[in-house]
Design a protein around this ligand. Structure first.
Ligand SMILES: N[C@@H](CCC(=O)N[C@@H](CS)C(=O)NCC(=O)O)C(=O)O
Length: 236
């Protein structure tokens, strides 16, 4: 501590020194390939918030262990603990980060632009993600011999229809003006849908993606944060 400081300056120095030396990091519970987890990771990176990443293994049943159930009794990732405060549900986590760490905003500041961005997030969670989950249940979690083609085709149809809606919502480089929470919600959903083509090539998303969405995907994939947060098990 520099000599000659008065008591108040000394206290301020100590507090700021401690804040620098001993930050209480956020603990972020994550699952590789989970689009909801990916969205939160992107939000944390956007805000440059330091965090400790806890990669849960579903295979090992990490999400069913008592210590994780104490954080999220619904045994789902993502979840986050910030100085003892536990929060789960990806959209709520992103809202929390936006409120608790207002720098580098994830949503537009202007009232109506912000409302519109939130509406798009609700639409993505309510309709796009809903159709995706129906495909995931079949293509990723049902043995191939037991796939119900009618269920997959119906879900693929709903997802494609939603892609058409989001195509028409995209009026600039990003969904809500600046890169932010809407993009971070939608990209992981589309990335997972595309990933499922490895198992079911007939999904053929290129046919369902309009030119604006296709260019937006290219733009997003060119961001350093995209490769930084790419699901680890997709890299191998
Ligand atoms: N609505 C939740 C969905 C989270 C979710 O479905 N997570 C999946 C992985 S993508 C999960 O953890 N599943 C494990 C389980 O349900 O036991 C959110 O947005 O956070």
């Amino acid at each position: 501590m520099p000599p000659g400081m008065d008591a108040l300056a000394r206290l301020k120095y100590t507090v700021s020194f401690r804040a620098v030396e001993m930050p209480m990091p956020i603990t972020f519970y994550y699952g590789s390939g989970s689009p909801y987890s990916w969205r939160v990771w992107l939000a944390l990176e956007h805000k440059s918030i330091p965090f400790e990443l806890k990669l849960l293994s579903f295979g090992a049943g990490d999400h069913l262990k008592p210590e994780f159930l104490a954080i999220n009794p619904r045994h789902k990732v993502p979840a986050l603990v910030d100085e003892g405060f536990a929060i789960y549900e990806s959209a709520a986590i992103v809202d929390y980060l936006e409120d608790a760490y207002p720098f580098h905003p994830l949503l537009p500041r202007e009232l109506r632009a912000r409302a519109t961005a939130r509406r798009m997030i609700r639409e993505a969670d309510g309709y796009l993600a809903e159709a995706l989950e129906r495909m995931v249940a079949q293509i990723l979690f049902t043995p191939k011999e037991q796939w119900d083609d009618a269920v997959i085709d119906a879900a693929r149809g709903s997802f494609a229809e939603e892609l058409g809606r989001f195509e028409s919502m995209l009026t600039g480089d990003w969904f809500a003006g600046e890169l932010g929470a809407v993009d971070y919600t939608i990209f992981p959903l589309i990335a997972l849908a595309r990933r499922m083509e490895l198992r079911r090539p007939q999904l053929d998303w290129n046919c369902a993606l309009g030119p604006k969405l296709a260019a937006w995907i290219e733009r997003f994939q060119a961001l350093p944060v995209c490769s930084k947060t790419w699901p680890p098990h997709w890299k191998s």
